[in-house]
Design a protein around this ligand. Structure first.
Ligand code: GTP
Ligand code: ATP
Length: 745
């Protein structure tokens, strides 16, 4: 999965498609926003000058001047800037952390904005049609939803559903759900009816609410209508009745709730849903995105959502809620700062929930990160740290490159403001999207002349954070990084790889010593590709990777998968590898826009999923060997004396196994046949355990609480002693008194 800038597709159906798709816009929006928002974020940056950077300064890395060249002339740059600052300046939020979403009788009142927290806000004052959604949309970069229908819709799901791998059965069932891929649904059709949703050509008057079913009758607040209108301007899915209905429920559920910035809480729900829509999520996922916080923060319950929207949406909302609780637990306990536990958390998050719930959680987090500025600095950093430790790896594993890039860059900004500022200013003129566009077109023409057919030709510029990490890791100056701009070409066969390489070297001069032939000499992990660095237009180094589609699949999904390459030396059990592979496919199938991201999984007929994944055929080159079978481990969150840990157990382990492993002393049986470990009593997912032989499941939370609170007991004993000693009655106040209730019950 890449962060493509330009992508050309040879076949089918037409030879060239230079359309920018939503993922692309996201990625660039993020970057442009990072750079352009420097002034807007000056408050945060200034405020943070006293904080300790997480890593050392970069100045030493900038000893040589960077390559300079013409500034970008791409059309989306300016739009991204505007959109970026718009989102950026919505200010704060994360009510979950700030603990301060407020109820405001005046609903959305600009006067409640905290200027200190959110110095610039385009949402000041009561929303009018010229602010909020309308202006946000008008300021969005043009985005195009093409008519092309992804051939991924053709993928037979039967073979997947019948996967023999027991470990995945539950996961697969959950992941596919009843609403699996509704490519045939009206929503899919509606979305694939092309329109330029974000273009300024769309005028307000053209948009009408669908009032047919009276969905909107209950919405009296103008700001709510404008939020919906803004979403409709950005994605057509927000015209669907199902989505409007979900919007109305979300509006009712969150009515009166405000974010710390003074923005209505509903805005966060809508932005989360828009992010999902923009990567092509279907209506089930978008509706769940709108409702994602209702279980936790409103009067809505699972049954209500089930009744209104069906199990597909209700299960997803419930899944997101569970993920939120676990991530909060992990954040409060700083669990993810330990590598092993962080790794288990990533695995657990993917395994316990439908991959689409993780997708919603990621969208939720991305919007929270985009609006982090209004929170106090300490909270900003806590969130950014957690995001980098938990959510970025999840986005990486799921292959949602554009979100990963945005999350990383935002974390970078909050955790290392000085380095971020320094690097941003150096790179401001260095990212040359126009050069990538023109190089792509030149190469395309040259390949055509030589009659070399190809499947995918795409380009990307490296993200700010990725450059920063590479400089630190390899101790390089910026001008020593040669892959800031890169092209990738996917051809039919090995022979064409070498033919295409010749073409590349004829077009541009080769940088000596940078050619690598990983085809004749694959890397240890099986990675194959040709790499070369050439001097592109304006003497800008350009890395070109050339590979066949089989090699590309291996580089995306197999042992050499990019997410593993990025995670470094982690040794993952095959169970984890298969699970990630599966989750990636699910998300890609689910998201039309992602499946159209030709730079990753492939496009149309050109690249199809390997064999009958996830049950590979014996000779499938992408299968992980040995097959993980049904014996994958189970990861369980254990809370012992308020300390959280993520424990790994063999499959079929029970509460008894857990009790044996933990706590003090040896297991003994109570007269009631219940095993007790000294004073530890287990609670499973907040319910007292009545059957100790019940099996542990992925993502279970087991609390081990002292049956008799030791400290209180001691205090109580002392109080009794004093009572006898002094002839006094037991104090009715103080810690002993309050603990008595718990002790007696
Ligand atoms: N998916 C995947 N991609 C890889 C792997 N190894 C290298 N790559 C890709 O190839 C690029 C460059 O790899 P190399 O040519 O080996 O470069 P290097 O020796 O690490 O040094 P640089 O040229 O500085 O990046 C990386 O930036 C990746 O995009 C791998 O194991 N898996
Ligand atoms: N030359 C290239 N052309 C197109 N896409 C590329 C190219 N090189 C990497 N990518 C893709 O860009 C995305 C972002 O990768 P990123 O730049 O962070 O790392 P990388 O270049 O792959 O690795 P490293 O940082 O170790 O050099 C990944 O999806 C990667 O596959």
């Amino acid at each position: 999965m890449t962060v493509p800038t330009i992508a050309l597709y040879a076949s089918p159906p037409s030879s060239v498609c230079s359309t920018t798709h939503p993922c692309q816009i996201n990625a660039h929006t993020s970057y442009d926003f990072e750079l352009s928002s420097r002034s807007a974020s000056s408050t945060a940056s200034t405020a943070s000058t006293s904080q300790k950077p997480v890593t050392g300064g970069l100045s030493c890395l900038f000893s040589s001047p960077t390559v300079k060249h013409a500034s970008s002339s791409s059309s989306y740059s300016g739009g991204g800037e505007e959109l970026g600052s718009l989102w950026h300046d919505r200010g704060e939020e994360l009510k979950e952390l700030s603990g301060s979403f407020r109820y405001s009788p005046s609903k959305f009142n600009g006067a409640s904005l905290n200027r200190d927290q959110s110095p610039i806000s385009v949402f000041q004052g009561p929303v009018s049609s010229s602010s909020s959604g309308v202006s946000s949309s008008a300021r969005s970069p043009p985005m195009r939803i093409t008519r092309e229908r992804s051939n991924n819709g053709d993928i037979s799901l039967n073979s997947i559903r019948c996967g023999s791998n027991g470990l995945f059965n539950g996961f697969v069932r959950g992941a596919l759900g009843s609403s699996c891929i509704d490519y045939d649904s009206p929503s899919f059709e509606a979305r694939t009816d092309a329109l330029d949703v974000g273009s300024s050509a769309v005028v307000l008057d053209d948009l009408t609410f669908n009032m047919e079913d009276g969905f909107l009758e209950g919405i009296s607040e103008p700001y709510a209508k404008e939020l919906l209108l803004g979403a409709q301007l950005r994605h057509k899915i927000f015209y669907e009745d199902f989505i409007i209905k979900a919007f109305c429920e979300a509006e009712k559920a969150h009515r009166g709730q405000m974010r710390a910035s003074g923005d209505p809480y509903l805005q966060h729900c809508v932005e989360t849903a828009v992010l999902l829509a923009l990567i092509g999520a279907n209506s089930t996922v978008v509706a769940a995105g709108l409702l994602h916080d209702t279980l936790d923060d409103s009067f809505l319950c699972y049954d209500y959502i089930f009744g209104k929207f069906g199990a597909g949406v209700a299960d997803l909302v419930e899944g997101v809620s569970k993920l939120s609780h676990l991530s909060k637990l992990a954040r409060d306990n700083n669990t993810a700062s330990k590598t092993v536990e962080a790794d288990r958390l990533h695995t657990m998050f993917l395994a316990m929930a439908d991959a689409r719930a993780v997708l919603i959680k990621l969208a939720d987090r991305l919007h929270n990160m985009m609006t982090l500025d209004a929170l106090p600095l300490a909270k900003q950093q806590r969130f950014a740290k957690e995001t980098l430790e938990i959510f970025v790896p999840l986005a990486n594993r799921l292959g949602i490159s554009s979100w990963k890039v945005q999350l990383e860059n935002l974390c970078f900004k909050h955790l290392n403001p000085d380095q971020h500022k320094e690097l941003s200013s150096k790179l401001l003129d260095s990212f040359d999207d126009a050069m990538i566009t023109s190089a792509t077109e030149r190469l395309e023409r040259a390949l055509k002349d030589k009659a070399i057919s190809y499947h995918v030709l795409c380009g990307r510029h490296k993200s700010l954070y990725s450059i920063y990490c590479k400089m630190l890791k390899k101790k390089l100056n910026m001008d020593e990084i040669h892959d800031i701009h890169g092209l990738r070409l996917i051809v039919d066969n090995e022979e064409d790889c070498y033919e295409a390489l010749k073409v590349v070297h004829q077009l541009w001069s080769e940088v000596p010593g940078k050619f690598k032939d990983y085809i004749t000499q694959p890397k240890f992990n099986g990675y194959q590709s040709l790499h070369t660095v050439v001097m592109g237009e304006g003497m800008i180094p350009l890395e070109v990777q050339i590979r066949t589609k089989e090699m590309h699949l291996q580089a995306e999904f197999g042992f050499a998968a990019h997410w593993r390459y990025k995670e470094g030396d982690c040794k993952h059990p095959s169970f984890v590898l298969q699970m990630v592979e599966w989750a990636r496919w699910v998300v890609t199938w689910q998201c039309e826009a992602m499946s159209r991201d030709r730079s990753s999984i492939g496009y149309a007929d050109s690249i199809k999923p390997p064999c009958t994944f996830p049950s590979h055929s014996d000779d499938c080159p992408y299968s992980y060997k040995p097959h993980c079978g049904q014996d994958g481990p189970v990861f369980v969150i254990m809370m012992e004396n308020d300390k959280m840990s993520v424990q790994e157990f063999p499959t079929n382990s029970t509460i008894m196994d857990l009790l044996e492993r933990t706590g003090r002393g040896s297991l003994r049986w109570t007269p009631y046949g219940f095993p007790l470990k000294e004073e530890l009593r287990p609670r499973l997912n907040h319910v007292a355990v009545s059957d100790p032989t019940c099996k542990l499941q992925m993502g279970d939370v087991v609390e081990l609480t002292p049956a008799i609170p030791d400290k209180s007991l001691t205090e109580y004993r002392e109080e009794i002693q004093r009572m006898y000693d002094q002839g006094m009655s037991v104090s009715s106040t103080g810690p002993a008194a309050s603990s008595m209730v718990g002790w007696r019950s």
